[in-house]
Design a protein around this ligand. Structure first.
Ligand code: 3HC
Length: 314
């Protein structure tokens, strides 16, 4: 590394150590830029793909009120995708390129969205567990060192809090409802619990990116620390509505003040992120089809913008 580069890196790391935010026009190491593009674009793709399992229930919501709240939630996810694509664009990549990476399988999206939504209770469970897990992860990212990503997460977390409350409300009503509703809730929680824990990523001992991301304060807590925080928060919530979490090894450790939990099936996690989960093919196919069907809208918008600009110049 040239002397000049070394000095720039030292100054950059000092800014981070002092808790300063890095902004788009500031100098940053190429590796920091690449890591952020990887993370932010994956996060953006997760928001868009995450609209699919829930969108599946908009027409079948059990009441008008539920339909409106679900519709609003799914729209919020699209908005989160937009904030995040914009945050990634500040790093010098454009949205078309990110979309191409998603559709070609080069970029990942969250493992959680490769599971099907079989009943209405799945919608409540996603709000409670999946949005709950996302909040634990993203509250930390809202304090990360890259300004645009931190600010996007701040706003996202405010909206995710509504989603989580909506989900937990659905679960608590159904869990106190008929036997059939209670069974439906328990079945949904049994299916979503372990995949929700997998959202936090592989164990720290097998997480190649964590060390670097924590050094640069992109991640402020490790995958395992956030997963533990989520379990600690969620166990009392499950008890409050008489739902059983499907883990016979869950037990409270008085000394560490943590809820210890059983072994996660990491083979399942790696299979899902390699494209072999129950819904991977359908999810990518839906995004491909949306991209094709939206082509004419983008062309029309570009033509309109070009015409408007030509008029302004004339
Ligand atoms: N799903 C898919 N891939 C995952 C994953 C998951 N749950 N967890 C980890 N991976 C991938 C990583 O992307 C990495 O692959 P890559 O190098 O090819 O990109 C590999 O597994 C190794 O994992 P690491 O722990 O080394 O990766 P990270 O340090 O980047 O940590 C992360 C993974 C915790 C997911 C982190 O990237 C992160 O916090 N990302 C931003 C938040 C995000 O993407 N959230 C999506 C949640 S869904 C959501 O918010 C929608 C809302 O509506 C609910």
């Amino acid at each position: 590394m040239a002397v000049d580069e070394k000095a720039k890196l030292a100054a950059f790391e000092e800014r981070i150590a002092n808790g300063e935010k890095i902004e788009p026009k500031d100098w940053m190491p190429e590796r920091y830029r690449k890591q952020l593009i990887r993370m932010i674009s994956q996060h953006a793709h997760s928001e868009l793909v995450g609209m699919l399992p829930e969108g599946n229930w908009i027409t079948r919501a059990p009441s008008l009120r539920r339909k409106l709240t679900l519709l609003a939630k799914v729209q919020d996810e699209a908005g989160h995708g937009l904030y995040l694509y914009c945050a990634a664009e500040t790093l010098g990549i454009d949205r078309d390129e990110m979309t191409e990476q998603l559709l070609s399988g080069k970029a990942k999206y969250s493992s959680i969205f490769n599971y099907p939504t079989l009943t209405w209770a799945d919608i409540g469970t996603i709000g409670w567990l999946v949005d709950g897990a996302a909040i634990v992860n993203q509250t930390m990212l809202a304090k990360c060192s890259y300004g645009p990503y931190a600010r996007a997460n701040l706003r996202i977390c405010k909206e995710e809090n509504f989603h989580k409350r909506q989900g937990y409300e659905i679960i608590s009503i159904m869990a106190n409802g008929t036997d059939a509703q209670r069974r439906m809730v328990q079945d949904a929680v049994d299916r979503w619990w372990w995949p929700s824990l997998m959202m936090f990523g592989p164990p720290d001992t097998n997480s190649p990116n964590t060390e670097e991301l924590m050094r640069w304060k992109v991640k402020l807590k490790s995958n395992d620390d956030l997963r533990q925080r989520f379990v600690n928060l969620t166990v009392p919530q499950a008890r409050a509505v008489n739902v059983t979490l499907p883990d016979p090894d869950l037990k409270y450790n008085e000394e560490t003040r943590n809820w210890e939990f059983g072994e996660i099936d990491w083979d399942e996690f790696y299979a899902v992120i390699k494209g072999h989960g129950p819904m991977n093919r359908e999810r990518l196919e839906a995004r491909r089809s949306a991209e094709e069907r939206g082509q004419w809208v983008r062309e029309a918008a570009r033509a309109y913008a070009a015409k408007k600009q030509a008029k302004e110049v004339a």
